[in-house]
Every structure is written in C-alpha cells, then in structure tokens.
Design a protein around this ligand. Structure first.
Ligand code: FNR
Length: 171
C-alpha cells in the first residue's frame, strides 16, 4: 500500500484549495492510502521545543516520515507560501538530524482566485522543499488561476491528468 500524506495549506473553512485537493483525491487508486495532515493546531516552531514533548508535532512528524510521498495544495498569502505551511515544513525538518523531508517525494499544487494561480507561493514552496532535501515533482506544474469552489469541466480534466501522473510517480 502506498501512503500519501496530504497537506492543505489553507486553514479556512471554505477553502478553495481544500476543494481542489478533494477533486484531485477523487482519482486516488485503490492501492493508495491517503493520510490527511492537519496543520492548524501546530504551535509555531522554535528549536527550544525540541526538548519538549508536543503530541501534535509527534503526529505530523510521524505522518510525514512514514509517507511514500506528500501532496501539498496551498494558497498564496502575500506573495508567498502561508505561514502554516512553512511552520509544518520547519517542524518536520527538526530536531537536527531527524529531517522527515530528506529524499521525500513531494508535489506542489497552488490555487488562487487571482490571475497568477498562486505561482509565487508554489515557487517559494519548491525552493524551501529543495532546501530541506525533498525530491520535488518538477512536472507537471499546477498553479491554478481563477480558482473557485466551482470546478469546471476543463479544470477537472486538467486536475485528473495531474492526479494520474502524480500517483504514478508516487508509487
Ligand atoms: C490572500 N490572497 C492572495 N491571493 C493571491 O493570488 N496572491 C496573494 O499574494 C494573496 N495574498 C493573500 C494574503 C492573505 C493573508 C489572504 C487571507 C489571502 C487571496 C487568496 O488567494 C484567497 O483568499 C483564496 O481563497 C485562498 O485560498 P483558500 O484559503 O480559499 O484555499
């Protein structure tokens, strides 16, 4: 069974990115297990916390360390990746020497109602993930512009194609 951890970068109840993630996950093959990684309850990381037991940290570190691949679907906040996404990346990169991202296959999707599809967020995320040693899926790239809670047929087809390629790569 291939295990895929999924991070949605938005904490919003009516998140467009969660909707996009769910649309991609409709195409999950039968032999793939999806592990949703909650990031909204994670205290902001500081290395002082390495000496303390934090169950929410243990949970996400374990989910990411044991995943065969990770899918991040995220909005853009002020021309970069949301703080909550950067926080989980930092948490799972530490304590020093226990970096859950090292060699991990990670795919990045961004979606925005704006014209640029959250591309700044997507490119920044790729840079950060490469910095922690992840194996980032280089293509296909998905920066979904004019995104909304209504996914039209053309977009659904595009996401289905991405899903097929992503799951094939993840296995
Ligand atoms: C945004 N949004 C936004 N959009 C964008 O394309 N580029 C940006 O730099 C920003 N900046 C930004 C900052 C903050 C603090 C918020 C809350 C929002 C708009 C954003 O794309 C929009 O709210 C989407 O609906 C976010 O995706 P979710 O949360 O619906 O998945």
């Amino acid at each position: 069974m291939t295990k895929i951890a999924v991070i949605v970068g938005s904490l919003s109840q009516k998140s467009i990115n969660r909707h996009v993630a769910n649309d991609i996950l409709k195409h999950t093959p039968a032999d793939v297990e999806i592990v949703p990684v909650q990031i909204g309850d994670l205290p902001l990381y500081t290395q002082d916390l390495d000496a303390v037991s934090i169950p929410a940290y243990d949970r996400v570190r374990e989910q990411l360390a044991t995943a065969d691949a990770v899918l991040i679907v995220s909005p853009e906040h002020n021309r970069s990746t949301p703080a909550a996404v950067k926080n989980v990346i930092d948490i799972a990169s530490r304590p020093y020497g226990q970096n859950s991202w090292q060699g991990k296959k990670v795919a990045v999707v961004t979606a925005s109602p704006g014209a640029y599809g959250g591309i700044n967020s997507g490119l920044h995320l790729r840079q950060v993930l490469q910095g922690v040693g992840a194996n980032v899926l280089s293509a296909p790239e998905v920066y979904l512009s004019r995104a909304s809670l209504e996914i039209d047929e053309r977009t659904a087809g595009f996401l289905a194609k991405f899903a097929t390629q992503f799951f094939h790569w993840a296995k």
